[in-house]
Design a protein around this ligand. Structure first.
Ligand SMILES: *Cc1c(COP(=O)(O)O)cnc(C)c1O
Length: 361
C-alpha cells in the first residue's frame, strides 16, 4: 500500500471538456447583486419584477457560484470555499463527473452493489460500461480482490457509498484508503449519510488524495431534500472543471436562500440529528424482538435494513394497507426479503412498530 504516485488529472479529462471555452454568464461577469448603486441592464431580466405582492428579487438571476451559501458550508464543514462545488442534488454532480471523465462507449466505471442506484443509471445514460462488484455477502464490505481483477485502463471512476445505501453500514476506512492509494482514476466517495455515522468524513483528506471526490448533500441530515442541494468536495482543480461545465445558474435563488437560512440554525439541525439517532437505537431494539424478523442490520444512517423470515413483499403490502410506506428491497442483489425503513418521528415509529407486531404471516 503506497501513496498514489504521480496522479495525472489532466490525462483523465475528456479532450472535448479540456478544450471547451466555458459560457460566461452576465452574473458571472458582474457578480455584485442587489446593490442599489447599480442599474442592472445586462441580463435581459425584467426590471418591473415578478407578479407577486411581496418585495422580492426573483426577477434577477441567482449567484452562479453561490458564494454566500458556500461560505456557510465552508464554516460548518471546515473546508475552504475553493474546494466546494454545489449541484442541483448530488445527482447533478454524478452526472457532471461522468461528463468530465468518461468517454461514451469506451470507458467503464465500477460500483459495489447493492448500493445507490444513480451511479449505474447515470453511467448508462452516458453510454458507460458500469462494472458491478457485489459487496461481500457476510458483512457488506468491499471485495478488493475482485476489484483489482477488473480494473483496466478504461476504468475512470470508482463509486463507493459510505455509509452505504441500502445496507446502512460504514465501508471500512482501510479499504477506502487502499483504493485511494492505488487507483489512478477518480474515486467518488458518497457520504450522503455521514452525519448519522460515528465514522469520520474523508473531507479533510482531499489534499492528501488528489483523486478523491466526496459527495455530501443537504437532503438527508439537514432535512432539505426539497430544495435539491448536493455538495461536492475535491481539489480546486477538480472543482474548477465542474464549474467549467455546469449550467450557469444551476442552483435557484430560492434554494440558496433557504439553505443559507437553515445553515444558520445549526442547533436545530443537531437536535434533529440527535433525535433520529436515538429513535434509530429504539427501533432496532424493538424490531429485534419480533419473531418473524430474521435480521436487523446495524445502521450508520437514518434508515434500517431488515430481513424477514418469509416474503417481505407481503409485509410491505400489509404496511401499505396500514398507511405506512417503506421500501421493499427484495428484488435487489444480496437483499433477499429485505425492507428498508426510514427513521420517522417518535410517534411515527411507535405506530410502525405496533403495526409490525400485529402482522400475521
Ligand atoms: C439520498 C442519497 C443521495 C442524495 O441525493 P440528492 O440528489 O443530493 O438528494 C446521494 N447519495 C445517496 C447514497 C443517497 O442515498
Amino acid at each position: 500500500m503506497s501513496k498514489i504516485q504521480n496522479f495525472d488529472l489532466s490525462s483523465l479529462i475528456r479532450s472535448n471538456i479540456l478544450n471547451i471555452n466555458p459560457y460566461s454568464s452576465a452574473r458571472y461577469e458582474f457578480s455584485e447583486i442587489n446593490n442599489n448603486k447599480y442599474i442592472y441592464l445586462d441580463a435581459n431580466e425584467n426590471s418591473f419584477g415578478a407578479p407577486l405582492c411581496f418585495k422580492n428579487s426573483y426577477n434577477r438571476y441567482p449567484d452562479p457560484l453561490q458564494e454566500k451559501l458556500k461560505q456557510k458550508i465552508s464554516k460548518i464543514k471546515k473546508i475552504p470555499v475553493r474546494n466546494i462545488f454545489l449541484g442541483n442534488g448530488s445527482d447533478e454532480i454524478i452526472d457532471l463527473l461522468y461528463r468530465i471523465f468518461s468517454r461514451p462507449e469506451i470507458d467503464n466505471s465500477i460500483i459495489f452493489p447493492p448500493t445507490y442506484g444513480m451511479y449505474e443509471i447515470i453511467g448508462n445514460i452516458h453510454g458507460i460500461n458500469v462494472i458491478k462488484i457485489p459487496l461481500i455477502k457476510e458483512n457488506y464490505q468491499l471485495n478488493l480482490i475482485k476489484l483489482k481483477s477488473v480494473i483496466n485502463k478504461y476504468s475512470k471512476i470508482i463509486f463507493i457509498c459510505t455509509p452505504n445505501n441500502p445496507t446502512g453500514n460504514d465501508i471500512k476506512k482501510e479499504y477506502i484508503e487502499e483504493i485511494l492509494n492505488t487507483f489512478h482514476g477518480i474515486v467518488v466517495l458518497d457520504e450522503a449519510y455521514i452525519d448519522f455515522s460515528s465514522e469520520e468524513s474523508f473531507s479533510k483528506k482531499i489534499s492528501k488524495y488528489p483523486n478523491l471526490i466526496i459527495l455530501q448533500t443537504l437532503s438527508k441530515s439537514w432535512g432539505l431534500a426539497g430544495i435539491r442541494i448536493g455538495i461536492g468536495i475535491a481539489s480546486k482543480e477538480i472543482i474548477k472543471l465542474m464549474n467549467k461545465i455546469k449550467y450557469p445558474y444551476n442552483i435557484s435563488m430560492l434554494s440558496q436562500k433557504i439553505a443559507i437560512e437553515s445553515l444558520e440554525n445549526k442547533n436545530i439541525f443537531l437536535n434533529h440529528l440527535k433525535s433520529i439517532i436515538k429513535e434509530r437505537t429504539n427501533i432496532i431494539k424493538s424490531l429485534k424482538k419480533i419473531s418473524f424478523i430474521k435480521k436487523v442490520y446495524p445502521s450508520s444512517t437514518n434508515f434500517i435494513l431488515v430481513k424477514i423470515n418469509h416474503s417481505s413483499k407481503n409485509l410491505y403490502r400489509y404496511l401499505i394497507n396500514n398507511n405506512i410506506i417503506v421500501r421493499d428491497r427484495s428484488k435487489i442483489i444480496l437483499c433477499n426479503n429485505c425492507i428498508r425503513i426510514t427513521i420517522g418521528t417518535h410517534e411515527e415509529n411507535k405506530y410502525l412498530i405496533n403495526k409490525i407486531k400485529k402482522y400475521i404471516i
